[in-house]
Design a protein. Structure first.
Ligand SMILES: NC(=O)c1ccc[n+]([C@@H]2O[C@H](COP(=O)([O-])OP(=O)(O)OC[C@H]3O[C@@H](n4cnc5c(N)ncnc54)[C@H](O)[C@@H]3O)[C@@H](O)[C@H]2O)c1
Length: 434
């Protein structure tokens, strides 16, 4: 890789996949070197050409002063000498890794790659994927030889959607290469954009493993908090009160109970489990974390039904409002949101559920989950709900007071505060949090 060729605009960098990861990365590079932003989704490319981020994370000023060309035409990738792949790596319905997009993007790159080019992966994968799955495909399609004709690297993405504090630029980035030369070149390339500096991992596999354990560690720790919450619920003790007290010790880690959705924390551990199984190891801790976290939606739904019955409200036909459906606060992303597990559980018991969210797209929710979002009924003053579940702590919801909920609830009424944001503030309604 010749960085000068890029900085002197004699060749280009291509980013494959213009999503949460690819777009900010492409725009950041485009402040320094010429970039081709490639995606198979023509609708997305059209929006990007109008300086609209389809993921709703960046405003139009993020496109200012960028040397970038968005396209869905594969031929235009031939101008590039470095390819960065940031396409989705989900799991299938059996929770097994689905590498379809990754391999298809790899095929696209392999059709354009020339001698001396680099391919760097940013998609989250299990250790070994880059060199064992992607490299053989590139060799087969391009006829080029790994390390002699082209090199690969892996640099995991650490961005956190909705987080304005930790960005690509101010967070140390792990880089790796298939040999020393590629490691140094890739480190130099990323140093153009990552002001916090790069960490050189000794191999591609180490970098892949590092990414996957960042999210696995969070998953297991949140699962522990969820398990404690189930236990403390039986004891009649508020989990957040316990965590606040325990958190005064210097080495007590700050994790909280909650729904683990999205396409990172709830998905990545399955990639590690997949690799472990190939190696004849059955990881108990990681699987237990997945089991607990995947069960939380059903658990919360049942708790609501129990509490309705305790108040002599027949759950069949009772109306419940669920506020927030995105996988986390202040984002529009509904992928793999566990809020729909709560809704399903309630529906299974005959409860009628209304659902609203200030960030999620009505069309996307309808298409993905078959649920019709309504306008927030909070100001209607119509007393129609037996319970309100605040499932996501969107900034709009943190402003609410008990009077807001009382205006739309009949008596007796229940507030389910999954994230504990109204703790200590609810005096009249029945209150429950994880
Ligand atoms: N979103 C995050 O917070 C985050 C953080 C770290 C790592 N990651 C990882 O980064 C990867 C990408 O995630 P994302 O959230 O950016 O996904 P995304 O769904 O937001 O975007 C992916 C984009 O890739 C495009 N695409 C799919 N197949 C393609 C192909 N064959 N060729 C070209 N484009 C293709 C899609 O049209 C989409 O625009 C995943 O592996 C994910 O696990 C995501």
């Amino acid at each position: 890789m010749n960085i000068t060729n890029l900085t002197e605009k004699k060749s280009k960098l291509a980013v494959i996949g213009m999503g949460y990861v690819g777009l900010p990365l492409a725009l950041e590079f485009a402040k320094h070197i010429p970039v081709v932003g490639f995606d198979i989704n023509a609708k997305r490319i059209d929006m990007l050409n109008r300086h609209i981020d389809p993921s709703n994370e960046l405003d139009s000023s993020a496109f200012d002063n960028c040397d970038i060309h968005f396209t869905c035409k594969k031929e235009e990738l031939k101008q590039a000498s470095v390819f960065i792949v940031g396409v989705p790596t989900p799991v299938n319905k059996y929770n097994h890794p689905d590498l379809t997009a990754l391999l298809s993007a790899t095929q696209t790159v392999a059709e354009s790659i020339k001698k001396g080019d680099y391919v760097i992966y940013e998609s989250t994968v299990y250790p070994g994927t880059t060199e064992e799955e992607c490299v053989p495909l590139i060799e087969k399609v391009s006829g080029l030889k790994f390390r002699t004709d082209f090199k690969v690297g892996y640099s995991p993405e650490r961005i956190n959607p909705g987080d304005r504090e930790h960005s690509l630029v101010n967070t140390v980035k792990i880089v790796s290469g298939c040999d020393n030369e590629s490691l140094e070149n890739i480190a130099e390339l990323y140093s153009l954009v990552v002001k916090a500096g790069v960490h050189r991992a000794p191999s591609v596999k180490v970098a892949e493993a590092a990414k996957i354990i960042e999210n696995t560690q969070r998953d297991v720790n949140i699962a522990l908090m969820n398990e404690l919450s189930i236990l403390f619920g039986r004891m009649g003790v508020n989990t957040y009160d316990v965590l606040e007290a325990a958190g005064t010790k210097w080495n007590f880690l700050k994790f909280y109970p909650g729904l683990v959705g999205g396409h990172c924390i709830g998905v990545d551990p399955y990639y590690l489990v997949h690799k472990a199984r190939e190696l004849k190891y059955h990881p108990q801790m990681i699987n237990s974390g997945r089991f607990v976290n995947d069960s939380m939606g059903g658990y919360i739904g049942k708790q609501v039904v129990k509490r309705l019955i305790a108040e002599k409200t027949n759950p069949v036909g009772a109306k419940v409002l669920v506020m927030g459906v995105t996988f986390k606060e202040n984002v529009a992303d509904i992928r793999n949101s566990k809020v729909f597990d709560i809704i399903k559980e309630l529906n299974d018991y005959g409860v009628e559920v209304d659902t609203c969210d200030p960030h999620a797209s009505v069309e996307d929710v309808q298409e993905e989950y078959g649920v019709r979002l309504i306008e927030s009924p909070i100001n209607t003053g119509e007393k129609q709900y037996s319970a309100v579940i605040v499932a996501v702590s969107h900034r709009e919801y943190t402003q609410f007071a008990e009077t807001d909920f009382l205006r739309i609830c009949n008596s007796p009424s229940l507030l389910v505060d999954i994230k504990g944001i109204y703790r200590g503030k609810i005096k009249t309604m029945k209150y429950w949090s994880l």
